[in-house]
Design a protein around this ligand. Sequence first.
Ligand code: AMP
Length: 116
Amino acid sequence: MDNECLFCRIVAGEIPAAVVHETDTTLAFRDIDPKAPVHVLVIPKHHHADVVALARADPQLAADVLVAAAAVADAEGLRGDGFRLLFNNGGYAGQEVFHVHAHVLGGRPLGPMLAR
Ligand code: AMP
């Protein structure tokens, strides 16, 4: 655990979160500032700064995050209409929290992938 890391502190129970799914290795909770009707963040409990660091250090844990994201999409009823799964990675992507997290977004048409 990184004591300075917001999402590590959520994993540790020091900061509250609206948890929707948990496994031995992952946690999923609602984004505090949702950008869609469904906006859930899926994280590994172990700290890795971004998806590249996670994939290189622990491919099984990276797979666990994807499996958890799929379970969240099912539980939130997103499979039929579709949803977006994204990782922001680094500065150009606007990553704000440097504990890797997948955004599960859905519940309405999400429009083009990027603003032009
Ligand atoms: P990113 O820009 O990919 O790093 O996304 C960080 C996300 O974390 C943003 O969508 C924030 O709204 C969300 N966020 C920040 N603090 C919290 C929190 N305490 N609980 C839940 N989501 C949070």
